[in-house]
Design a protein around this ligand. Structure first.
Ligand code: DGJ
Length: 309
């Protein structure tokens, strides 16, 4: 398939799952991400081959049901004081979902903002019994009081989960360990690259090595991505190394799909080729490229017109 694409779903509508990720469940690939059509929401699609996508529903909308939780959160999902039917609602960006074996729940973490700026810099949490059901919103907050913008989740082989997010106005990248139920922050375990202004984190693991991809910080415009590696999430991280070309082939990282006896044994980089803000957002496409992991552990991302899938 072509490396740049914006597929249509089984309804003939564009697949809007921007800033999202592709995860596996029930023998399918699920694509979960931002959808700004109408009122803001998180949409979910599934596929067997990454080419044909079935719409599974809107997991969270700015009108979803809310539930009080044990941490100090803001429960408004929409703009406080605004009637539910007015406007597009608050911004929900970069939603990610992981499954908690102990509680049997799917847990979503995301970035929450008021519609017109990025000043609140909050993360938010939602939960559901099924991957593609209606999630219950548990609230938004500043993790341990820090600002939190671009974010991702990573679940380790032993079930320990981490929330990674840009803090300090995007200048620093934080890694937080989550509580056993994945619903709250347990502790801040890393402050990476202070003052280096990184966004769009995504983490994956191969052969005991943790890799984190990040982009630079230039709004909707693409820039040079980089990667770093570590032997544990809370251990020492390497310096950053460039990945792809100076615009990461006009994309910004959002996830890495790891092979499981499929994908021709290859790892795949998924990035957003943003159209921009406002109406241009809807022109946003996806970039899906093979990510090479060399024998010495280095990563490289080369441009190919067809990604081999
Ligand atoms: C870059 C971020 O990675 C996106 O998720 C989005 O917040 C844009 N900036 C907004 O300018």
């Amino acid at each position: 398939m072509k490396s740049v694409f914006l597929p249509t779903d089984d309804r003939g509508l564009p697949v809007h799952a921007h800033g999202g990720h592709i995860l596996r469940d029930n023998g399918f690939f699920y694509f979960i991400g931002e959808n700004r059509t109408g009122r803001n929401k998180v949409s979910c699609y599934r596929s067997k081959d990454l080419k044909t996508w079935e719409f599974r529903g809107n997991l969270l909308t700015v009108d979803s049901k809310t539930q009080k939780h044990y941490f100090d959160t803001h429960l408004e999902l929409d703009i406080p004081g605004q009637k539910a039917s007015i406007g597009v609602g608050c911004n929900i960006e970069r939603p990610k979902v992981i499954y908690n074996e102990k509680t049997g729940k799917y847990v979503m973490w995301m970035h929450w903002e008021m519609p017109n700026d990025y000043r609140e810099a909050r993360c938010a949490v939602a939960v559901c019994d099924t991957i593609d059901g209606e999630y219950t919103y548990l609230g938004s907050f500043n993790p341990l009081g820090y600002m939190s913008r671009d974010c991702t989740l990573f679940k380790d082989d032993d079930g320990t989960a981490y929330f990674i997010s840009a803090a300090n106005n995007n200048a620093d990248m934080h890694i937080y360990r989550l509580t056993d139920d994945y619903l709250a922050i347990d502790s801040l375990v890393q402050i990476l690259w202070p003052g280096q202004w990184r966004e769009a984190p995504t983490v994956f693991k191969k052969d005991g090595i943790y890799y984190m991809l990040t982009s630079g910080c230039t709004g909707w415009a693409p820039n040079q991505s980089s990667y770093a590696f570590a032997r544990s999430m809370d251990g020492e991280w390497s310096e950053r190394f460039n990945l792809g070309d100076e615009t990461t082939y006009r994309s910004q990282p959002t996830c890495v799909i790891c092979p499981e006896n499929d994908l021709g044994g290859k790892y795949y980089y998924l990035g957003d080729r943003w159209g921009g803000g406002g109406e241009n957002y809807f022109k946003s496409e996806y970039v899906l490229l093979p990510l090479t992991i060399h024998e010495d552990g280095r990563l490289s991302l080369e441009w190919v017109d067809d990604n081999g899938l």
